[in-house]
Design a protein around this ligand. Structure first.
Ligand SMILES: *Cc1c(COP(=O)(O)O)cnc(C)c1O
Length: 445
């Protein structure tokens, strides 16, 4: 049997697969890349080319493709239990994972509720918050405050707290809009202002909303430290600590959406650790399974859990998904956490980040670049385009050129960013930085 031709796979895909986040017509000129296998940081295509996965396949992959340890754990789990429903049943992978994650918060967030993707975790957190208030006799607290430029997923509830016009507009009439607080984005600093000053201004806006809608706000939802999907907008840690104080003062829950920034991406395992606070509810997904399987969860503080604990079924949290707590996904997550521990990953990442910073200097110092920035293992900078309305075209051309240069890199508008897996060596860091700069030069020519 001969292997199918690469053009075959792409054209078959275009006849039958509706690709996500894509205007399909664009594929008439640029077909999707047909990936045949992956290994470490590399994805290989049917043409025999390879691409360094510098954005961790949409921010999910932490320890490389076909990672030997995670593969091994999954093979072992496949021989034991692939899935069992989690209502009325339990199993070792889900118990062990819940214990481990709880321990990582010093047991501040001791209750884990499971789902399959990030958007569902956000839905769960929103429902849990409002339902907890209802059970506590505050049925009027059903509204949410979200942050300008924030992204929390694309199901209707999550989209209601997402501030991305492109994703929202067609569904606006179906959404239950949230109150949008001013952005804490450090790039908004006026001359002489620091990132902390911007954070303070943004917090004052949150406080105003909490005052104006007193008694009706269930929770404030935030992507702590970095708003990723809107273009890696980074803010001062004081913002996150300030939200905690305001939520306590006005009787609202704080929901930390750590779906993108969790699992070490921000530099600490949870981004909230850097602010020295814990939210009432914390959402995790993306990296938690090492990029292997759909898994998400909401970690809740004990007082939230207790608000549901009762003889009355209706006071329970009856939400569920078919694959809740899937043993394979939990096992991949457990192995992912074991790698963090055994390989001292957070420490290794801190050293790696220095190497990467140095390698990226030519890009950072280029006169056509503004706001070079980094939080943990996220690097970003904004390209100054002669015509800012060209951002979408720039992003597309950059991604195409990057692929030609052996990189999987997809800018968000005029923001180029790197979110590599946590396994690159120094040589790969140098190569990645050189190729990224060469791509930039080629596109700007
Ligand atoms: C990706 C993401 C989501 C949505 O997760 P999905 O698995 O794509 O549904 C929610 N919040 C943040 C911060 C994200 O980055």
């Amino acid at each position: 049997m001969t292997a199918p031709l690469p053009q075959d796979m792409a054209s078959r895909s275009l006849r039958s697969v509706w690709h996500p986040c894509t205007q399909m017509r664009r594929h008439e000129s640029v077909p999707p890349i047909a990936v045949t296998h992956g290994h470490g940081a590399w994805l290989h295509d049917a043409d025999g080319r390879r691409y360094l996965d510098a954005i961790s396949s949409w921010w999910v992959n932490l320890f490389g493709h076909t990672n030997a340890r995670i593969n091994g754990a999954l093979v072992d789990q496949l021989g034991k239990l692939e899935h069992a429903m989690l209502a009325g049943f339990t199993h070792e992978p889900v118990v062990a994972l819940s214990e481990k994650l709880s321990a990582l918060t010093g047991h501040a967030l001791g209750r884990c509720f499971y789902a399959s993707d990030g958007a569902s975790a956000v839905e769960i957190a929103l429902k849990m918050s409002a339902h907890a208030w209802r059970n506590a006799g505050h049925a009027g607290k059903t509204e949410f405050i979200c942050v300008a430029g924030g992204y929390h997923g694309e199901t209707l509830g999550a989209l209601g707290v997402t501030d991305t016009a492109l994703f929202r507009a067609p569904y606006e009439a179906m959404l239950r809009p949230a109150h949008i607080a001013a952005s804490p984005d450090a790039r908004l600093a006026q001359p002489g202002e620091s990132a902390a000053d911007v954070a303070a201004r943004a917090l004052a806006d949150v406080e105003q909303l909490l005052q104006r809608h007193r008694g009706r706000i269930a929770a404030v939802i935030v992507e702590p430290l970095v708003q990723c999907a809107s273009g890696m907008a980074m803010h001062d840690v004081a913002y996150v600590a300030g939200l905690r104080r305001l939520c306590d003062a006005y009787g609202a829950h704080l929901i930390a959406d750590e779906i993108a920034v969790g699992c070490g991406r921000s530099g600490s395992f949870f981004a909230c650790e850097q602010a020295g606070i814990w939210p009432d509810l914390l959402c995790l997904s993306k990296g938690i399974s090492g990029g292997y399987l759909p898994l998400s969860l909401v970690m809740a503080q004990e007082h939230i859990y207790q608000a549901f604990y009762d003889d009355d079924v209706r006071r329970g949290f009856l939400h569920s998904h078919s694959y809740t707590g899937n043993p394979l996904a939990c096992r991949a997550a457990l192995e992912t956490l074991a790698i963090f521990e055994d390989e001292h990953v957070l420490e290794r990442n801190r050293r790696f980040a220095q190497t990467m910073d140095a390698a990226l200097l030519p890009l950072a110092q280029d006169a056509r670049i503004a706001h070079y920035r980094r939080t943990g293992m996220i690097w970003a900078c904004d390209v100054i385009l002669p015509d800012p309305t060209d951002a979408a075209t720039f992003a597309r051309r950059f991604a195409q050129q990057a692929a030609q240069n052996g990189l999987l890199l997809r800018p968000i508008g005029n923001t180029i960013y790197l979110m590599p897996p946590y396994i690159l060596d120094d040589e790969q860091a140098q190569w990645l930085a050189r190729q990224a700069y060469a791509t930039f030069e080629a596109v700007m020519r």
